[in-house]
Design a protein around this ligand. Structure first.
Ligand code: SF4
Length: 473
């Protein structure tokens, strides 16, 4: 699907153990994680003997009806998922949490991230007679969890997790326990919280705020936490090989500004990115504006650093809903125009700094510059609060080819010319890293900016996967 924003979030997960309103709290938590995925949503609950689930396509309110939610009342534990399809087709069979019925017991699984060797493992399982119900990479992990021959659930989980490569923040539910785990590089976020004495985990802390939970801490890379019984907790790791590569784009764009990573607010991180950009940009102008919503904080920080007044120069149409598939460039541009509207009274006659968090294909930037100039801007200086996006992401963001990325194809000067700005400045990789460090980051993945991939990419190098991509399968 063509998307006018350019980048799409991956998924959001939530899990809660031993709470009388587990399904309802999961539903509320998923609401606040909706920005991470709007293609499908689901909940799987446990009553201690069996798992039950409900899932559907679309936004949470469309995916799970009141009747379905009511049918999950009274179960003590639950996991939930909101999905944006980064691998696997957009269809109901791929909507998570997955729920498997097996002679060993029931298994529920919800996963955020992308496995980079799922295709390879899937082929191996299929060659032994294994059958897959979905095209999702996450089902591979479920197969590995069920296939384990060890006596304990934990030993089987560790064995399975050590076979997969890539980015995963997962919640796994069975009749006896809820497990939360994060890949050994910590690419996607996963947080630990507590509500009314019950433990919960979520992709972002905004989910805790929504249900009145206390944010305890970030789950660490490689951690394997198991909740069972009457709020018993087992803290463990599945591997000693631990690295710190939290996705830089989570800080810059994906996470909600009211969420926190490492106890630091994303709102403050984005303001600091704006301050750093101001130091590097060194431009004079009458006003600074942010592209709503994710760049408003960076514009505020830019203003604080430079003293240039921060105004609201662009209005976002909040009711645009889903965009539609169109092969026609002129229709795409109209879609972009619907999304952001300039406020002439603020812009007219001014030299304007406009801050955005990224340029993907350039369609939005080009429109924004044109719209600001049409509204009477004397000059438009574009500042990007991240470095140029030059490389695909294999860890759960939907930009998967160099051809989709403007900065992979063109120099900064050519991009400036193509979008029609008077100047164009990107934040440096060093400046970005300094800001993250200042706000508690222990290390980031910055592969889409630098090409330094922290986790081995297996599938995309396989000839059959290259051929499938070429054919658009
Ligand atoms: S490649 Fe970019 S988008 Fe993907 S995980 Fe790394 S920083 Fe995030």
């Amino acid at each position: 699907m063509y998307d006018i924003r350019g980048l799409n979030e991956e998924c959001g997960v939530f899990g809660i153990w031993n709470h009388p309103y587990a399904a309802h709290l999961t539903y509320l938590a998923l609401h606040s994680l909706q920005h991470r995925g709007q293609e499908g949503a689901g909940i799987v609950c446990s009553n201690g003997k069996q798992l039950f689930g409900a899932r559907g396509m679309g936004l949470l309110t469309e995916a799970i009806s009141d009747e379905q939610l009511k049918s999950l009342e009274g179960y003590q534990s639950a996991i939930g998922h909101v999905r944006y399809a980064t691998t696997g087709a957009s269809e109901i069979s791929n909507v998570q949490p997955f729920l498997f019925k097996h002679s060993k017991g029931d298994l529920g699984l919800a996963h955020n991230g992308n496995l980079t060797n799922a295709h390879q493992i899937r082929r191996a399982i299929e060659s032994e007679g294994g059958i897959f119900q979905t095209t999702s990479d996450s089902e591979v992990l479920a197969h590995l969890l069920i296939k384990g021959k060890a006596k304990s659930i934990k030993a089987n989980q560790k064995a399975a997790l050590n076979q997969v490569k890539g980015a995963f923040s997962c919640v796994i539910l069975n009749e006896q326990q809820l497990t939360a785990t994060r890949d050994n590089c910590g690419v996607r976020p996963l947080m630990l919280g507590k509500v009314d004495g019950a433990y919960c985990v979520a992709s972002e802390t905004c989910a805790f705020t929504a249900i009145g939970a206390e944010y305890i801490r970030d789950i660490e890379p490689g951690e394997l936490i198991t909740f069972s019984g009457d709020n018993d907790v087992d803290y463990d790791t599945y591997t000693p090989d631990i690295h710190q590569h939290m996705c830089a784009m989570e800080y810059i764009y994906f996470a909600r500004p009211d969420s926190e990573f490492q106890k630091h607010s994303i709102y403050q991180v984005r303001k600091a990115l704006g301050r750093q950009l101001a130091k590097e940009m060194g431009v004079e102008a009458d006003i600074v504006i942010g592209v709503p919503d994710s760049s408003l904080q960076a514009a505020k920080g830019f203003s604080e650093e430079t003293g240039i007044p921060n105004e609201q120069g662009l209005l976002k149409n909040r009711y645009i809903g889903r965009t539609f598939i169109t092969p026609d460039q002129s229709v795409r541009e109209r879609q972009v125009r619907m999304k952001h509207s300039p406020i002439r009274d603020v812009i007219e006659g001014k030299s304007v700094v406009v801050i955005d968090d990224s340029i993907v294909r350039g369609t939005t930037s080009k429109y924004i510059v044109k719209a600001l100039k049409s509204a009477g801007a004397r000059e438009v200086h574009m500042g990007i609060s991240s470095p140029p996006l030059k490389n695909p992401c294999y860890y759960g963001i939907d930009v998967s080819t160099h051809a989709e990325l403007m900065a992979a194809q063109h120099s900064v000067e050519t991009i400036r010319d193509m979008i029609g700005a008077d100047t164009l400045t990107y934040l440096s990789v060093e400046g970005m890293h300094d800001v993250f460090k200042q706000y508690g980051s222990k290390g980031e993945c910055n592969a889409c900016f630098t090409g330094n991939y922290p986790i081995e990419i297996v599938d995309h190098l396989l000839p059959e996967v290259k051929e499938m991509k070429r054919r658009g399968v």
